[in-house]
Write a protein of this length. Structure first.
Length: 198
């Protein structure tokens, strides 16, 4: 199976690659490293990626930036960081990728716990994560040729201790549990699901 992994060098991406890389043809993609480069904030860059990689079976996205900061100081440009990167970047992976994916393939996008459990400084990511979940549920209705789509929504992960102070009372989730959700999404039978790992 040919799998495109966007964000392969990130905290979650590295664990996904370690988990599935031995058994499948894994195409590692990042903004600065990997087999191919992509700027998910650019539709043209995404189109170029798919043309270079060619037909694929599964796409897993563990990528996208957002704005983390106080609401009082937030400007439109700050908020658009999450909209243009984490939200529209992943949406465009599906909108463009649906024309390159093989029948019975699957898309897996990444949201996050802040869509359900907001914290201070996280308004942008709360909005973006909720939108990604809704997009996944809706896109599942219309994707053709048996193509599936799911969204993984991980909580605070154990391998990101620098974020712990911002998440008071959150119990970090293990990387093995997070990776299992991506496996379920990519290789299971369900579609239109949001897998919450908290």
């Amino acid at each position: 199976m040919k799998i495109i992994l966007i964000g392969a060098s990130g905290t979650i991406g590295k664990k996904i690659a370690e988990t599935i890389g031995k058994d499948h043809e894994l195409v590692r993609v990042g903004s600065k490293s990997g087999d191919f480069r992509v700027d998910i904030g650019s539709g043209a860059s995404i189109e170029k990626l798919f043309k270079e990689v060619g037909p694929f079976d599964t796409l897993i996205s563990a990528a996208g930036d957002g704005h983390f900061g106080p609401l009082k100081a937030m400007k439109e440009a700050d908020f658009r960081k999450g909209l243009d990167s984490k939200l529209m970047g992943q949406v465009n992976l599906v909108l463009i990728g649906q024309h390159y994916i093989r029948p019975q393939g699957s898309f897996t996008l990444t949201a996050g716990v802040l869509g359900d459990d907001p914290i201070r400084l996280g308004a942008n990511l709360s909005a973006v994560n909720s939108a990604l979940e809704a997009f996944g549920r809706a896109a599942a209705i219309e994707l053709e040729n048996g193509v599936r789509i799911n969204v993984v929504s991980p909580g605070l992960v154990e391998d990101s201790p620098h974020y712990f102070p911002y998440f008071p009372g959150h119990i970090p989730v293990t990387m093995d549990r997070v990776a299992a959700a991506y496996l379920k999404s990519a290789f299971g039978a369900q579609t239109g699901q949001v897998y919450k790992v908290v």
